[in-house]
Design a protein around this ligand. Structure first.
Ligand SMILES: [Zn+2]
Length: 419
């Protein structure tokens, strides 16, 4: 497009100092000069005349400036490829409320060595990439990124919204494969992470109820969803008296699948070598839904059926159990489950008897499914996300950093506001 005369007239040249001053939204300060140094741009900032500065603690405007400190430097977002650094001699103000304090910087948090703009950019990228990758992207070292994420989490936890929680899911994740466990608590309605704690014992989870939730917020809890094997049931009865304990559907199915698997392995040990050849590779066949099998697979399954092995009984038991999830009326669901339990007890399959024993001692919490229709499946994606956080960083060496990374990626925490 050819520029019109009007366009020519409206165009104004912007000095780089003005540009940066506007970008930083400076009011009581100004950019005095911008110097191109080796591998960075130095932006010198100074106070404008006697404009009032704010207290760094309460952000109140203060009349008196106590003294001028030595020059400090802040990293800012790069300008094209050049890193930008701000330089300024902070004033200490005499705040009527707080006493002598360092002034409030409009471009950064009081403790920060980077501007809020860079802080937020790094924090956002660290939600997607590993800390190492984020550091490379912004020309920082890993430690600075770790500090930024930990600070962001601290800020976020302090400033996050805390609406009433009605349904929570408690689950566990491992930091290294199969060992060093963490307990995670999700809000099942908002599908957001509420809390992470080291270890998976009753004592380790107690702070969630006593500190994170507190007595008053525990009152609104209606459903607590967890694994039958978890040790938190007592804790829930103690702190959340109105809550119904619900044993998680996906964990129950997992235990059921394990029973099928164990029955298969028990049978395997009894087979002759010749029989083993035909049986080989049937494990997945039993774990799959029957309508997903192709013709050859169905044939193999029917061979197994013809042999009338205990495995088939195990398979039918597994399939018939699944009906339980579909009932709408609690008494029907209960009737089905009780019938199923008695037929499983007569199946002559030890693993199923064990499974029934587990159901029997947790019956209330299993039956609660029909009324609540809630499960940790709603936050299954979040558990996978945590696994991928651990993977992309090749595992975290300290639990503290891993916990910070989990909060940072899953708890939807707010970031500091750019002023
Ligand atoms: Zn103050």
């Amino acid at each position: 497009m050819v520029p019109t005369k009007e366009y020519e007239r409206n165009r104004t040249e912007v000095l780089i100092e003005t540009f940066i001053r506007k970008q930083l939204r400076l009011k009581a300060h100004t950019v005095t000069k911008v110097i191109e140094a080796d591998e960075c741009m130095l932006v010198h900032i100074d106070r404008i005349g006697k404009r009032l500065l704010r207290c760094g603690v309460c952000r109140q405007r203060c009349r008196e400036v106590h003294d001028i400190r030595t020059e400090r430097e802040w990293r800012d977002l790069s300008m094209r490829k050049l890193p930008l650094k701000l330089r300024y001699r902070p004033r200490r103000v005499d705040c009527p409320r707080c006493g002598v304090r360092v002034e409030d910087f409009p471009w950064a948090e009081p403790w920060a060595r980077v501007t809020t703009a860079l802080f937020n950019a790094v924090a956002m990228l660290a939600r997607e990439l590993s800390w190492q990758g984020t550091a490379r992207e912004y020309g920082l070292n890993w430690k600075s990124v770790a500090t930024i994420v930990r600070r962001a989490v601290q800020y976020g936890l302090k400033h996050r919204v805390r609406p009433p929680v009605h349904a929570i899911g408690i689950d566990e994740v491992s930091r290294r494969k199969g060992q060093v466990y963490l307990t995670v608590v999700y809000d099942l309605e908002r599908r957001v992470l509420l809390w992470v704690g080291e270890d998976r014992t009753e004592e380790a989870v107690r702070p969630f109820f006593t500190q994170e939730m507190g007595k008053r917020r525990c009152q609104t809890l209606q459903v607590v969803c967890m694994d039958m094997w978890a040790a938190y049931a007592k804790l829930v009865r103690e702190h959340a008296v109105h809550a119904q304990i619900l044993f998680d559907r996906f964990h129950i199915v997992k235990h059921l699948n394990e029973a099928v698997d164990e029955a298969r392995r028990g049978l395997w040990r009894q087979l002759t070598t010749q029989e083993r050849v035909t049986f080989k590779g049937t494990r997945w066949l039993l774990l799959k839904n029957p309508w997903n099998l192709n013709r050859g697979q169905k044939d193999r399954l029917s061979t197994l059926v013809r042999w009338n092995s205990p495995l088939v009984r195990a398979w039918y038991l597994k399939e018939s159990f699944q009906l339980f999830w579909t009932y709408k009326q609690p008494w029907r669901a209960k009737q089905h489950l009780l019938k199923w339990m008695s037929s499983a007890m007569h199946s002559r399959l030890e693993p199923f008897k064990k499974f029934v024993g587990m159901l029997r001692s947790h019956l209330d919490g299993v039956l609660a499914w029909t009324g609540t229709r809630l499960s940790n499946g709603a936050v299954e994606g979040m558990n996978n996300k945590i696994k991928s956080i651990s993977h992309r960083s090749f595992g975290f060496r300290s639990a503290e950093n891993f916990i910070a990374a989990i909060y940072h990626c899953c708890a939807r925490l707010p970031l500091p506001v750019e002023r």
